[in-house]
Design a protein around this ligand. Sequence first.
Ligand code: CP
Ligand code: NVA
Length: 325
Amino acid sequence: MYDLTQNTLAGQQALFPDASIPAAEPRHLLASKDLEPGEIRLILDLAKILKRQRNRLAQPIQPVENRILAMIFEKQSLRTRFTFETAIMELGGHAIYLTKADIDMGERESVYDVANNISRWSTMIVARLKSHQSLVELAKHSSVPVINALTDLEHPCQALADLMTVEEHLGAGPLNLAWIGDGNNVANSFAVTAAKLGHEVVICTPPGYEAVDECYALGSVTHCYDPAEAVSGAHAVYTDVWISMGQEDEKQERLKRFAKYQVNADLMAKADENAVFLHCLPARRDQEVTGEVIDGNQSVVFDQAENRLHTQKALMKLILDGVLN
Ligand code: CP
Ligand code: NVA
């Protein structure tokens, strides 16, 4: 029986929060710099345990029952959508996927109103937005944690899976990691996360397509314009599309500017003999990478894709359990 004066069902804890207790600030992940090295370590270590558990069905994980994950996606996605939805389901929660066609945030309704509405119904928000500034705005007005699922500036969840994959193949390092191509959202997050784990990163782009300045301020991240120089001694060679979502109008110019930055067998031969090839996917075979490389035996791209699931599950579990706070 519900006791209105006590705000309880008989023998149970309070049903409604005590409004006099201020809510704790939610823990967001908007950019890779938001994670401390020890936190990245924790996510990767838990992800490895979750991966073993899932693949061997050894022990069930402790579920986070009935949690609702709001997923706001303004751009297309295969991996990020699938892995976040799977991760929250396997943690015992449920995802609600909202596209631009559904909510048209900023047009049909302000970011402020969307954040305040969704905060009342959900436990966490995962957002893939065109503008990083909109993500910052969403987080500012959200009372639940907001996780970046890709913006024009960052893709921090991708970087967690990338570094887990690198560790699985090459150990914890420190390693020399080469980024070849566009200094884009994936490059920014990869460089920051890798540097925080103690790796050396060389970002190699054509002039005008460098990563954000913040990356190079880290000391262990450097820049060069010559792909052969960048991959010399590299333990991993990473590339991404030359034309990211939303840059379709720049296609002709970009194809010209990036032509010398293709990762092909000749370039891979200049890296360490045991080097792995990384790509966040989706890929354009015979633009940024040849089929020979991405489908060859140095490629670990599907391990990266699989590890999106394990790292995001670990990240969400650590936030929901209050360990990352
Ligand atoms: N790598 C990645 O984020 O893939 P999707 O765009 O398919 O989610
Ligand atoms: N740089 C790419 C990554 C896709 C996962 C893009 O933003 O489209």
